[in-house]
Design a protein around this ligand. Structure first.
Ligand SMILES: Nc1ncnc2c1ncn2[C@@H]1O[C@H](COP(=O)(O)OP(=O)(O)OP(=O)(O)O)[C@@H](O)[C@H]1O
Ligand SMILES: [Mg+2]
Length: 431
């Protein structure tokens, strides 16, 4: 059923030759008491005009109006620009047509037609009322949809963060695993060495006890000495001690690497620090490089040209996240082997970081979309397409900006700029 059918009241119509008196008298009758106007319809049933109560009053109020004009046909006075809508129009199409064409003060209702022929009259006020109700419903629907969207966006941001965290944790776990592996081996070797030393010690103890024993014969002493000598012959002590030294050095190096990674993780997430902090972007670059080391090391050579930067107030963990995403994107854009050049510098207003890669580049039609949420060219499971849109938001909330230039086949350069002055960061929006 058409939305307009509820408005189509079959108000009687007039032919163009009906007189003004006839129309006037008819409009006084009860069934037309609420009609603002009536339609004038030709022999084919097509509305050709409208005459309103307002116009009739004008005529009858004139001096001798009834005598002068009453017998004249309604077609002489009617408005011919009929406010007419087709029955199958939507409520909103009808309302926008009528509000655009109606006259003030409101003295006409509108005609509803079906295939161009008169069907009934609709009241403008009823239509506007229905529109208002629909708008109220729409606003409520929109509000509901907005709340749902906001919550699913928050969930997505959260899942992107979890995915990024998952990747990062996997990378760091891998990084920790390597030194942990050889620290483990080294400790194992030291244990074997001490097991051997224990035998030697026992042999020496045996020798000492024999030497001190009044009952020991020369043969006993010679046997003990021979046992000690055999053990010494099996073991190259000088070599052993130098190996041992190396083992300890390697072990300390491994432990240092592990603790460096753990500090890096702590700095990266800044869990033990306040949400905003005074940091140098150079430190953020180093943190992101440390955490992203596993993704980068097999195919990328990282070149750094870090300038002197003052500390700036920012949400460092968020800036770390942005930089890690830029580095990861750059590494993922490099197919075989390539370079990433990281530069930092500042002027009197802003600090800048640029991340430039020798990857595949971004074609111009994609370049417009890379900051859109969910835009990704990566296979399912590798990219969610949220990295740059979140990065954009983070930098925007720091009153900074992020720009990109790219050439297909040559590479891409992202430059992010953050103001040197203190920054208020509404963390809730990205947290
Ligand atoms: N350095 C780059 N070189 C080439 N293309 C890039 C580069 N950085 C981003 N892009 C393009 O922009 C798209 C969007 O990047 P974005 O970081 O938002 O998402 P993603 O990396 O695909 O997924 P996610 O970051 O969620 O893991 C990428 O899929 C890629 O097509
Ligand atoms: Mg990304």
């Amino acid at each position: 059923m058409s939305a307009l059918s509820a408005f189509a009241v079959p108000v009687p119509v007039f032919t163009p030759d009906a007189t003004i008196n006839e129309v006037g008298e008819r409009m006084l009758q009860a069934d037309l008491a609420n009609a603002l106007s009536v339609a004038v319809v030709n022999a084919a049933g097509v509305p050709v005009g409208m005459i309103s109560r307002h116009q009739l009053n004008d005529i009858f109020m004139k001096k001798f109006g009834r005598d002068l004009f009453g017998n004249r046909p309604v077609s002489d006075f009617m408005r011919t620009d009929v406010l007419s809508v087709e029955m199958d129009s939507s409520l909103s199409a009808a309302a926008s047509f009528i509000t655009a064409n109606m006259h003030f003060p409101l003295s006409e209702d509108f005609v509803i037609t079906e295939n161009g022929r008169y069907l009934g009259m609709g009241a403008v006020l009823h239509l506007l009322g229905a529109m208002e109700q629909q708008m109220t419903r729409n606003v409520a629907d929109l509000n509901r949809a907005y709340t749902q969207l906001a919550s699913s966006q928050a969930q997505l941001v959260q899942s992107e963060k979890m995915a990024a965290l998952g990747q990062m944790v996997a990378g760091v776990a891998h990084e920790i695993n390597t030194p942990l592996g050889y620290v483990n081996n080294n400790v194992e070797m030291v244990r074997e060495f001490f097991a051997q030393m224990q035998f030697i010690l026992q042999a020496h103890e045996q020798l000492a006890a024999t030497l001190l024993s009044p009952d020991a014969t020369d043969v006993d002493i010679a046997e003990c000495l021979a046992a000690v000598d055999d053990m010494k012959a099996d073991l190259d002590f000088t070599q052993w001690f130098s190996d041992l030294d190396q083992l300890f050095n390697d072990t300390f190096y491994g432990v240092e690497q592990i603790s460096e990674l753990v500090t890096g993780l702590k700095n990266f997430s800044r869990l033990d620090q306040s949400p905003t902090d005074n940091v140098s972007l150079n430190d953020c670059v180093e943190n992101a490089l440390l955490i992203g080391r596993n993704t980068l090391k097999y195919k990328v050579e990282v070149l750094k040209r870090l300038g002197d930067l003052p500390q700036i107030r920012c949400a460092a963990s968020q800036i770390n996240q942005v930089l890690l995403n830029l580095l990861t994107n750059a590494a993922q854009a490099i197919e075989d082997r390539g370079y990433i050049l990281i530069k930092t510098w500042c002027d009197d207003r802003m600090a800048y970081v640029s991340v430039q890669d020798t990857g595949c580049g971004i074609p111009p039609e994609s370049l417009r979309r890379i900051f859109d949420p969910f835009y990704t060219t990566k296979p399912v499971g590798e990219g969610t397409g949220l990295g740059l849109s979140i990065s954009f938001k983070i930098i925007q909330q720091h009153n900074g900006h992020i720009r990109v230039a790219s050439e297909v086949g040559k590479g891409t350069r992202f430059v992010l700029a953050l103001p040197l002055t203190s920054i208020a960061v509404p963390l809730s929006a990205v947290a």
